[in-house]
Design a protein around this ligand. Sequence first.
Ligand code: FMN
Length: 218
Amino acid sequence: MTEKEAILERHAVRNYLDRKIDPETVLLIEKKIHELNERSGLHLQFIPDAGNTYDRFMNKTMGLRTAPSVIACVGKEEEDLEQKIGYYGEKLVLYLQTLGLNTCWAGMFNKKAINAEVRKDERLVITIAVGYGKDQGRQHRSNTIGKVTEGKKEQPDWFVEGVRMALLAPTAINQQKFMIRLNEDDTVDFIDRKGPFSQVDLGIVKCHFDIGAGRNQK
Ligand SMILES: Cc1cc2nc3c(=O)[nH]c(=O)nc-3n(C[C@H](O)[C@H](O)[C@H](O)COP(=O)(O)O)c2cc1C
């Protein structure tokens, strides 16, 4: 499965089977995380036992309490930390999809209960629930391409495909608070229209855009 196919198949899944992730799959996850951490300087961590990470009232009503495992998204405090977490966290989410797993980004969780290593100069920004879903989730409602783009009127195919993939990106409460601007010289800017976790969203959106546009420069 390609990253693009993973984008098309991925949806947030909040209800999981009572099944631990297979040991050989865990090895693949650890390897991928190592590779992404080397590339990004982040400190993403696979936590095999989610424990009480999702014991908040809202988590229970939404179902996340059933997730067997969790990814802790940790990194050194710096200006673009949240965007970086979004970009590389989503690379991991798409990889997990190719392994037959399901995921849900989760900004709401119990910070005290999660068994993550957070060093002195680091911050735990967000989590990703992971496991075998009871179902595959469903397509979110979405803005149109016209609503999230601005700038140059003639949009080349690579740009349109990038935006199409960006509109399939998960965003907090499905807010899609971003704009993608095509400049006259064909460079692209991503604009944060501000909302909860919208900097993480923007990183996720960039990841999807790059895959759609066929530019994997990060
Ligand atoms: C940054 C971020 C934070 C999120 N936080 C939560 C959360 O705390 N609880 C939850 O149930 N879903 C959470 N989600 C999942 C979104 O609600 C979901 O991705 C969105 O509705 C779009 O649906 P999709 O993922 O199926 O495309 C979060 C998603 C993102 C990107």
